[in-house]
Design a protein around this ligand. Structure first.
Ligand code: MRU
Length: 382
């Protein structure tokens, strides 16, 4: 059942034990609707259809969707000792098939399996309690991690370009809607704004799903952060026209141990444009986005989504919006019938184009003259 919420809610994941609901990001920015997630099947569907999205949010919704299921008396679990753990592990394996690129999901699944396997299984209730506590901790920890990323990223930029009058360009949506709160790259923007260091943030529309035009715009307007939307194709012209933009800040879905970074499609071309124009290119991500099992970015699985995301666009009728009438999201075909599209959801930015990788534990930079990062140890600065 869907319920209406006040406009401009930035709480993407609403956990009120034992109930989980998510802000439906297919309907934003014109309609703020929370959708109940009662089971791992609901969680899987919400992630696959992108009702919820963003690497940290995907992992947390997956974890909590199963928590909601485990706490629901109408979804009985086996009584037998040990069987519960096996059911939980199978559900986690299923949730891991919802989207392929963001490693946070697989990291969460691995950690939750370890919790379940380590729980004292002679008391079945303890397996569920241990699971729910671990899933709840992921929600809480993510906000703290993002605040740390915001602080460290803002400090890093200020140390290179001064602590005021900063212009920043960002891509996709990496804010409260993509996380448990505050955000990663957008968390840096938020922190700069809170500390009066930000002059202006530019953000891309991020075709084809329009995470920028719909979701980042929604967040920046809600917090009255001075901001301007640009087409994805305008970024080189923008960097030439606006020397005040000192840094491009983006999030990550998966970072290989050499620093190659998978993020929303269009990130790679932004990094090339930033290098050409002599601007910093900063990746902001929690350490849960680092996949140390991968030597480099060639090993990252890149999700390809339906052609229709490119061929068809969604929006609401302007006259209805202006008249405050009830707005309905409608699909509008842009390309002619018969046209084909290629729709990779992510691309990989090579490490040598990245100035720094900001995590909650500190900032990684490349050693002098090195083309790659070493993310296998702790960051040199924190
Ligand atoms: O397809 P999406 O919207 O899930 O992609 C999101 C991104 O690429 C984000 O930049 C990334 O997940 C980081 S969110 C803090």
């Amino acid at each position: 059942m869907a319920t209406q919420s006040p406009p401009a809610s930035l709480e993407a994941i609403r956990w009120r034990r034992p109930r989980l609901s998510i802000l439906d990001q297919l309907l934003l920015p014109h309609t703020s609707t929370y959708v109940d997630i009662r089971s791992s099947a609901d969680g899987h569907r919400a992630i696959a259809t992108m009702q919820t999205r963003g690497a940290p949010a995907i992992a947390i919704v997956a974890a909590l969707s199963l928590a909601a299921e485990l706490l629901d008396p109408e979804s009985p679990l086996p009584d037998k000792e040990g069987d519960r753990a096996r059911v939980i592990e199978a559900r986690l394996d299923y949730l891991a098939t919802s989207r392929p690129t963001a490693v946070n999901l697989f990291d969460a699944v691995r950690k939750l399996k370890a919790v379940v396997q380590g729980a004292p299984q002679e008391l079945c209730a303890d397996v569920v309690a241990a699971y729910v506590a671990a899933a709840e901790a992921m929600l809480k920890d993510d906000v703290a991690d993002n605040r740390a990323i915001g602080r460290l990223g803002a400090q890093f930029i200020a140390s290179r370009h001064g602590a005021s009058g900063l212009g920043v360009l960002t891509h996709c949506n990496t804010g409260a809607l993509a996380t448990a709160g505050h955000g990663t790259a957008l968390g840096i923007v938020r922190t700069l704004h809170e500390e009066n260091g930000l002059d202006h943030v530019y953000f891309t529309e991020t075709r084809p799903y329009n995470q920028g035009a719909r979701l980042t715009a929604y967040e920046l307007l809600a917090e009255r952060i001075p901001a301007t939307l640009v087409c994805d194709s305008a970024v080189s012209a923008l960097l030439r026209a606006q020397p005040g933009i000192k840094a491009v800040v983006v999030g990550a879905d998966r970072v290989a141990r050499n620093g190659d970074t998978a993020n929303k499609i269009g990130t790679y071309q932004l990094a090339i444009a930033a290098r050409f124009h002599g601007r910093d290119f900063i990746v902001a991500a929690p350490t849960t986005s680092i996949d140390n099992s991968l030597q480099d970015g060639t090993e990252i699985a890149i999700e390809e989504r339906a052609q229709d995301e490119v061929l068809v666009t969604h929006g609401v009728a302007v006259d209805k919006l202006m008249n405050n009438s009830e707005v309905e999201r409608a699909a509008v075909r842009v390309a002619p019938l018969g046209a084909q599209a290629w729709n990779p959801s992510f691309d990989v930015t090579p490490a040598h184009l990245i100035t720094a990788i900001v995590t909650e534990r500190g900032v990684y930079v490349r050693a002098d003259g090195a083309a790659e990062f070493d993310l296998t140890g702790p960051p040199p600065s924190s």
